[in-house]
Write a protein that binds this ligand. Structure first.
Ligand code: ADE
Length: 413
């Protein structure tokens, strides 16, 4: 093993851990109580410094872990090297092709897991289609992201899902902070690192006004951009409009935008007809889980020439009339490819919920039927309470009279 790479990974993990006090406290508790003793975990997560802190927490709790990446471009190789030295089975390398990416997931599954952790549902999908011989042993799972939850709910509706899965994404402490502030900041960070563009005065088109899209829109507006939202959900579109954003279909937005950011979780959001209408120099970035939101094949077909790597993570597509469109990170998650993903302070909450959900599963799994489960409410509240305590923030508590008032229907005006 390259010792310089390991040392760089260790430094990076140590730096992340400084901003993860809640997960660190849970790790200390796990080390004393060993709630995961004997548990084998296969995880498919972005291999980042923050994930490494989660792996350390689960190991402290007694788990044996195999880890594969949940995206071919998001792996931090120095972190992967350091994690290997800690005794986690890591199957991940930055920039691998599709085939190697899936081979790595199979290798992680070779541990024959009791519990699986997924980010996007690729590992659960492979378990249910290609590695069904392992299903008998698997007694639970956790899913980290919106896209994965959508796929799991569909599996559950079709009665295809064979074990209980906890929807970590749906906790308030994940969705409100990770999706909004984490995706918001890291997406803008990725675009800036890739292009060094000035956002002030630019028109930024954000496709999708879910928690993530809202976060991206808020950060772009904060930097002085004019923000246009495209949506298919009338309620979200109305919400965006009442936030003061310009709301338009992509057809109009395509002509107006300087920067396009897709955050919908759906495919073909930016298609050939939109690409053909864009301005010279338009920047295209995706912050949705899969690389399906921008039709890269249509872009290839429109282009007369492609200049790869005009800057790191930036490819320039030259159209017949000379206009240049700039595709970031090959249309994959820009925040984890061109930047470092969500900041550790945000992942502290998401991964604390994840660690506590694994401990909950380890306790309860024998009594749970297959299906998608919410993280128990007390986990959410505990994560928030620990995060506030770490920041030295105190909050009010209900008086006895207030408690009584909340629980009575007889008291009125
Ligand atoms: N998803 C988004 N940001 C992440 C990060 N920093 N680590 C792991 N998963 C992530």
């Amino acid at each position: 093993m390259d010792s310089a790479l390991v040392a760089a990974g260790e430094r990076r993990i140590g730096w992340a851990a400084r901003s993860m006090p809640v997960l660190t406290a849970i790790g200390e508790r796990f080390a004393a109580e060993r709630p995961l003793d004997g548990l084998r975990i296969a995880a498919c997560l972005h291999v980042t410094a923050e994930t490494a802190v989660l792996m350390g927490t689960l190991k402290a709790g007694g788990a044996e872990i195999a880890l594969a990446a949940s995206n071919p471009l998001s792996t931090q190789d120095d972190v992967a090297a350091a994690l290997g030295e800690y005794g986690v089975g890591v199957h991940a390398r930055a920039g691998v092709d599709r085939e190697t990416y899936y081979r790595h997931i199979h290798q992680a599954l070779d541990i024959s897991p009791d519990v699986v952790l997924d980010d996007g549902c690729d590992l659960v999908n492979i378990l249910h289609t290609e590695r069904t011989e392992l299903l008998e042993r698997v007694s639970g799972g956790c899913e980290e992201t919106t896209t994965g939850i959508i796929r799991l709910r569909q599996m559950a509706a079709e009665r295809a899902l064979r074990f209980p899965v906890v929807a970590v994404n749906d906790t308030r402490t994940k969705r409100m902070f990770d999706n909004r502030y984490g995706t918001g900041q890291s997406t803008i960070d990725g675009i800036m690192r890739a292009t060094n563009t000035l956002l002030a005065g630019k028109t930024v088109v954000v496709a999708g006004f879910g928690y993530c899209g809202r976060g991206v829109a808020e950060r772009a507006r904060g930097l002085g951009a004019r923000v246009v939202i495209t949506e298919i959900d009338p309620v979200k579109a109305l919400d965006a409009s009442l936030h003061g954003y310009d709301v338009q279909p992509m057809t109009g937005a395509a002509r107006a935008g300087d920067v396009f950011i897709t955050v919908t979780g759906n495919r073909d959001v930016i298609r050939g007809e939109h690409l053909a209408a864009m301005k010279d120099g338009a920047i295209l970035a995706n912050a949705g889980h899969f690389d399906v939101e921008i039709d890269v094949r249509a872009l290839d077909e429109l282009a007369q020439a492609v200049h790869r790597g005009v800057r790191p993570n930036t490819d320039e597509y030259v159209l017949a009339d000379g206009r240049r469109l700039l595709l970031l990170a090959e249309g994959r998650l820009v925040n984890l490819t061109a930047a470092e993903g969500h900041p550790a302070a945000v992942m502290d909450m998401s991964f604390s919920a994840q660690a506590l959900a694994v401990a909950w599963l380890a306790r309860e799994r024998a009594g749970l039927a297959p299906g998608v489960y919410d993280v128990p409410q007390e986990v959410d509240v505990e994560v928030a309470r620990l995060k506030l305590a770490a920041a030295g923030i105190e909050v009010d508590t209900l008086t006895a009279e207030q408690e009584k008032y909340l629980h009575s229907w007889r008291l009125g005006s």
